[in-house]
Ligand binder design. Structure first.
Ligand SMILES: C[S@@+](CC[C@H](N)C(=O)[O-])C[C@H]1O[C@@H](n2cnc3c(N)ncnc32)[C@H](O)[C@@H]1O
Length: 561
């Protein structure tokens, strides 16, 4: 497979593994309608560099995100949009200098962009579910690089589609080469072994012709039970030509039903194999006249359309940049954010892959269109999709993203400097249907922390030991809403909480840094029959005794609170 080389590549290809896991700090003042929800549940807005945020999300969400939509900086070289179009953001510049070292001085605009994207895409890959998909908007500046990068990280066999989104109806006449109305949007799946059926809307109801002049002549047998309507008089129909089809076997009709299967030759759209499959899925056939022009009618559940690679208003009701600007203006005012995406675009993509309870992630959140799209979609169909958004710029995250999500949830705008009803959806998103979110900051690394909440450490260690996030039920049971805080528990109560669950038969335990493993302590822990990994302050047991009990001991230097 062809690969791409650039200055700095060597420094970034394993960088995602080297990034230390940071904590995520809850900010109750910027959260909306949530209190003490554990990470791993509910909607999230995280302020900070997505490299650190995505790594911090792994213990909670690895392999759990169904749909990722990202709209990264396009790297057009336009200095006016330094934050959402370039890699010249001071934080990213500093990160490049630290990660790539001296070479950073030689990096071209494209090298920088590739260095920035590579580790972030690696982490996104780890967060995606096996049957999930990622959509990335981009333009001509980097699309060719991005495709090769994605082939390398996701696998070229997982390329699903390159769509073209009509970004403007009125492209500027001042363009020097061509007027760009379309923007590429690429889609990769996580794994080719999982079926990915992209949903492009529903076909019209009603019946459709099965004959088509463009198809080859073929003989097909239709089971007599598969007809919903036979508009023919009672009697026997002899083999001969009837209009555009030829009856191959005689057939008798009684009470508007065939008494034997119908065998015909004609230019049918479907082969025998397709007809058999369709009948199995519930498709019915109709004969409306003695010309035997056969038609078919699918069940509602079968009417899913495969999407076209052209995403336009006419084809799929998806708006343009101009629509997106109007949407944002209505909810937060004029000139606050350049180039948001339209809600309808993100909704269309989410609906291509998501069911009602899936998780959607956007790690270049900008004005929060993805969160807004999830909220609207839930409102429309009563779903319970969750969003995770990450935005680097504090000013954007606090003053645009969070405010937009809150207003979308409350159903208000700031039109005419007055809180008015939010006009362009169906009356605001009810808190009961999930219009709440928790706001987080990317905090320190775990190593820098002196004291760590038990529930955070538990989820981190469970993930490190098993490679999978802890089940949401167990995570919820660790949260101290109804329980006494960990630090106020008696030694015995702490020991009863020590078992974090198991994966592949291996049980994971977490005790405090002042717990020393002894034969007596083992007896007091919740039982797990099988291998055990125990995190605590020290051990008095010999290697041989540990082995005899099937225990792997891990030193735990942190004080849990
Ligand atoms: C093109 S905008 C996304 C616009 C968004 N789709 C919308 O509809 O509003 C890209 C956003 O990514 C943010 N960003 C850039 N680098 C980032 C990083 N390393 N981590 C998190 N956000 C980042 C920028 O601040 C900007 O707001």
């Amino acid at each position: 497979m062809p690969t791409l080389n650039w200055i700095g590549k060597e420094a970034v290809i394993n960088h995602h593994d080297e990034v230390p896991i940071h904590t995520l700090t809850h900010d109750p003042n910027r959260s909306f309608g949530t209190e003490n929800e554990p990470l791993g549940t509910g909607n999230l807005l995280i302020e900070g560099d997505n490299l650190l945020a995505l790594k911090a999300l792994l213990p909670y969400y690895a392999g759990k995100v169904k749909c990722i939509f990202i709209d990264p900086p396009y790297n057009t070289g336009n200095e006016n949009w330094v934050y959402n179009d370039n890699v010249n953001n001071p934080i990213i510049q500093k990160w490049l200098g630290k990660t790539v070292g001296k070479l950073a001085e030689d990096l071209s605009r494209h090298d920088k962009w590739l260095c920035m994207m590579y580790p972030r895409l690696c982490l996104l890959h780890q967060l995606l579910r096996d049957d999930g998909a990622i959509f990335i908007t981009i333009d001509d500046n980097e699309v060719h690089h991005l495709r090769i990068l994605m082939d390398e990280i996701f696998g070229e066999e997982n390329f699903a589609a390159q769509f073209f989104w009509m970004r403007t109806a009125t492209s500027p006449f001042l363009s020097k080469t061509v007027r760009r109305k379309m923007e590429p949007l690429i889609c990769y799946r996580k794994s080719v072994t999982k079926k990915l059926s992209l949903f492009g809307g529903e076909t019209e109801g009603g019946d459709m012709p099965l004959l088509n002049e463009g198809n080859a002549l073929r003989q097909v047998e239709f089971p007599k039970e598969a007809f919903s309507r036979v508009n023919l008089k009672d009697g026997v129909y002899k083999p001969k030509d009837y209009g555009r089809v030829r009856l191959i076997k005689e057939v008798r009709v009684e009470n508007r039903a065939f008494l034997s299967d119908l065998v015909m030759e004609g230019k049918f759209k479907w082969t025998q194999e397709t007809v058999t499959r369709e009948v199995k899925d519930g498709t019915l056939f109709l004969i409306k006249s003695d010309r035997f022009s056969i038609r078919y009618e699918r069940q509602q559940s079968q009417r899913a359309k495969v999407p076209s690679n052209l995403i336009t208003k006419d084809e799929c009701g998806v708006g343009t940049n101009e629509d997106a600007n109007k949407e944002l203006e209505k909810i937060i005012g004029n000139d606050k954010f350049d180039y948001p995406k339209p809600i309808s675009l993100v909704k269309y993509l989410i609906n291509m892959v998501c069911s009602e309870n899936d998780i959607v992630l956007d790690s270049f959140a900008g004005s929060g269109t993805t969160g807004h799209a999830v909220l609207e979609q839930n409102q429309e169909d009563g779903g319970n999709r969750q969003f995770i958004l990450v935005e680097l710029e504090p000013k954007i995250a606090r003053e645009i993203t969070a405010i937009r999500l809150q207003r979308a949830s409350e159903g208000t705008t700031l039109e005419n400097n007055d809180e008015q009803q939010y006009e362009f959806n169906i009356g605001g998103i009810n808190r009961d249907t999930g219009g709440t979110f928790s706001y987080y900051h990317v905090g320190e690394t775990f190593l820098e922390k002196q004291e760590i909440p038990f529930s955070e450490m538990a989820q981190l260690l469970f993930f490190k030991e098993t490679g999978t996030p802890m089940s949401v039920d167990i995570a919820l049971s660790l949260v101290e809403g109804d329980l006494p805080s960990y630090s106020s528990c008696t030694t015995n109560e702490k020991r009863q909480r020590a078992f974090l669950g198991s994966a592949d038969g291996v049980g994971v335990y977490l005790l405090n840094s002042d717990d020393i493993l002894t034969e007596d302590l083992i007896k007091r822990l919740p039982r797990h029959d099988g291998m055990k990994i125990i995190h605590c302050g020290g051990t008095q047991l010999t290697e041989a005794t540990l082995k005899q009990h099937g225990i792997t001991f891990r030193q735990m230097p942190y004080n849990l609170v």
